[in-house]
Write a protein that binds this ligand. Structure first.
Ligand SMILES: *Cc1c(COP(=O)(O)O)cnc(C)c1O
Length: 480
C-alpha cells in the first residue's frame, strides 16, 4: 500500500513505543499485526459458484458464507479480534448485576467519550430505538447529515420524520471534497428556525456510512453544535466509525496534523450531548453497542426501556465477556499505526480499481469502496439493476461477495411503485484486520477480469419479493 500522501511517522498515541523522530516514511504501509490464529478459505471453481448463485436466486445475501472466498458484504461485526481481546474475554464476569466487566467497559468508553451515563445495548439499532422512543414520536423531526438506514427506520417507527441535510458535494460521487459527510449548516439553521418546536435533537453520523463512509470535519461539528445549542437542542453522535473519522480530521483538517487521535475524539465528544453506537464497527467487536448521554432524566427513561427488552443496565443484552472485548477494542482502534494502515488500505483498493477502469466514489471512504455501476454498465438500465449485475459477476468470477446499493435496495416504494435510486453502487466493505494485501490484490485482479467481459453482463429482473427491505430476500433472474 502506498503511503506517499501520508504524514511522517509520529506515534504519540501508541506509547510506550513512542517514535517522536520524524523519519522518511517507507512507501509500503504494512499490516501492523501478524497472524496468530487462522481460518481456512475454501477455494471454489467458477462452475461451482455459478451453480451456488443460481440456487441463491442471484441474491448474495442468500449464499452460504463458506461458499464465499472474500466476503466484503459488510464491515459490521466481521473484524478479527486481537490476542488481547480474546484474553479479555477470559476475564469476563457474568454477574447479572454490577459485573466488574461493566465497569471496565464503562471506563474505556468514558476515556474517549466522557459522558455521564454509559448504557450498553446488544447493537447500535437498540440504542437508536431507545433514544428515539424517548425523543421522537408523531409530528417530530430529527435532522442529521445522513441517517443510516437503521437510524431512519427507528426514527420513522416512532412516527417522527428523518431529514438528511448533507452538503451538496455529499451527493456527487466525483466531487473531491475532504469532508463530504459535513452537514449543510445553512439548511440546519433554517430548519431549526422554521420548525424548532418540532425538533427534539440533532444527529451527526461520523463517518457518514450511507454517504460513502465520508468524514465530518471538526469545524463542521463545532458549527452544528453551536447552532443546535443556540436553539436549545441537544446534539447526538451516531459515532460508529469515530476513529476513522478522527484520523481523516488529523490527515485533512488544518491545524490537526500533529494531534493524537484520542484527543481529537474527546474534542468531538465534547461538542455533543450523547451518542448512539454500534460496537460492531470501530470498537472491533463481533457484537455490541451503547447509548451514552449526560441528561439524568433522559438516562433514567432510557434505562427503563433498556430493562424491558435488552436487559439490566450493567449488561444491556451483552455477555460480560463481550463488554471486556469491547473495552480492549477501544484501546486498539485509536492506534495511529492501525488507522494509517486501515485508511491507506481502503484507498489502495479504490485507486487500483480506478486504474483498471472501475470508477469509484472519490475520495475513498474509511471502511468501504463504492463502485459506480451505472457508469460502468451503461447498457443495463437502472431498473434492470446494474449494481446487482456487477455484484453477481464479482461472485461468479472470483468468489467475492459485495453489496448492491442501488435500485434493488431502494427502487421500490411503499405504494408498490418503482423508480431508479439516486445512484447504482456496489459496496466492497472491508472487515477490520481480516484480509491481507494479497487478498485485496486478488480482488483487484478479479475486477480486471470482470472489466474484460463487462459489456456481456446481463441485467436482472425480480421474480419474487417481500413488501419491504426486498434486497435481503428477493429472487432475481438474468434477462437474456
Ligand atoms: C451499523 C450502523 C448502525 C446500526 O448498528 P447495528 O449494530 O448494525 O445495529 C447505525 N449507524 C451507522 C452509521 C452504522 O454504520
Amino acid at each position: 500500500m502506498d503511503s506517499r500522501s501520508l504524514c511522517p511517522v509520529d506515534e504519540r498515541a501508541d506509547a510506550p513505543t513512542v517514535q517522536r523522530v520524524t523519519e522518511t516514511p517507507f512507501r509500503t504501509v504494512i499490516e501492523p499485526f501478524r497472524i496468530h490464529s487462522v481460518e481456512p478459505l475454501r477455494m471454489t471453481t467458477k462452475a461451482f459458484r455459478e451453480t451456488k448463485v443460481r440456487e441463491a436466486a442471484y441474491n448474495l445475501f442468500q449464499l452460504h458464507a463458506d461458499d464465499v472466498l472474500i466476503d466484503l458484504l459488510t464491515d459490521s461485526g466481521t473484524g478479527a479480534m486481537s490476542r488481547d481481546q480474546w484474553a479479555a474475554i477470559q476475564h469476563g464476569d457474568e454477574s447479572y448485576a454490577g459485573s466488574p466487566s461493566y465497569f471496565i467497559f464503562r471506563d474505556a468508553v468514558q476515556e474517549l467519550f466522557p459522558y455521564q451515563h454509559i448504557i450498553p445495548t446488544h447493537q447500535g439499532r437498540a440504542a437508536e430505538r431507545i433514544l428515539f422512543q424517548c425523543l421522537g414520536g408523531p409530528g417530530t423531526i430529527i435532522p442529521s447529515n445522513t441517517h443510516f438506514d437503521t437510524t431512519r427506520a427507528n426514527v420513522e417507527a416512532t412516527g417522527a420524520e428523518a431529514v438528511d441535510l448533507v452538503i451538496e458535494e455529499g451527493h456527487d460521487p466525483a466531487a473531491l471534497h475532504p469532508f463530504k459527510g459535513n452537514m449543510d449548516t445553512a439548511l440546519l439553521e433554517q430548519l431549526l428556525t422554521e420548525r424548532g418546536s418540532d425538533i427534539p435533537c440533532v444527529m451527526m453520523t461520523i463517518t457518514n456510512n450511507s454517504g460513502g463512509g465520508q468524514p465530518v470535519s471538526l469545524a463542521n461539528l463545532r458549527e452544528v453544535s453551536e447552532i443546535a445549542h443556540r436553539h436549545g437542542k441537544p446534539l447526538f453522535l451516531d459515532a460508529c466509525r469515530f476513529a476513522e473519522n478522527a484520523w481523516f480530521i488529523r490527515e485533512r483538517e488544518a491545524g490537526q496534523g500533529e494531534r493524537d487521535v484520542p484527543d481529537i475524539v474527546r474534542d468531538i465528544a465534547a461538542l455533543a450531548d450523547g451518542m448512539t453506537m454500534s460496537a460492531k464497527k470501530d470498537p472491533m467487536g463481533n457484537i455490541g453497542g451503547w447509548l451514552a448521554l449526560n441528561d439524568n432524566a433522559l438516562a433514567q427513561q432510557a434505562r427503563n426501556l433498556l430493562i424491558l427488552t435488552e436487559g439490566f443496565p450493567t449488561y444491556g443484552g451483552l455477555a460480560g465477556r463481550d463488554l471486556e472485548a469491547l473495552a480492549q477494542g477501544l484501546k486498539e482502534v485509536v492506534s495511529h499505526d492501525f488507522l494509517r494502515y486501515r485508511i491507506t488500505s481502503t484507498a489502495y483498493v479504490a485507486e487500483a480499481l480506478d486504474r483498471v477502469g472501475m470508477p469509484c466514489i472519490k475520495p475513498a471512504g474509511g471502511h468501504a469502496v463504492y463502485i459506480d455501476a451505472k457508469s460502468l454498465l451503461p447498457h443495463i438500465p437502472p431498473l434492470h439493476f446494474p449494481g446487482q449485475a456487477l455484484a453477481v459477476a464479482l461472485y461468479e468470477h472470483g468468489g467475492i461477495r459485495s453489496c448492491e446499493i442501488g435500485s434493488a435496495m431502494f427502487g421500490r416504494h411503499p405504494d408498490g411503485s418503482e423508480s431508479p435510486a439516486a445512484m447504482e453502487l456496489v459496496r466492497l466493505a472491508i472487515p477490520r484486520r481480516t484480509y491481507t494485501q494479497s487478498h485485496m490484490d486478488y480482488v483487484i485482479e478479479v475486477a480486471e477480469r470482470v472489466m474484460a467481459i463487462k459489456d456481456t453482463l446481463p441485467g436482472y429482473r425480480i421474480v419474487d419479493e417481500p413488501p419491504v427491505l426486498r434486497h435481503f430476500t428477493a429472487a432475481f433472474e438474468p434477462i437474456s
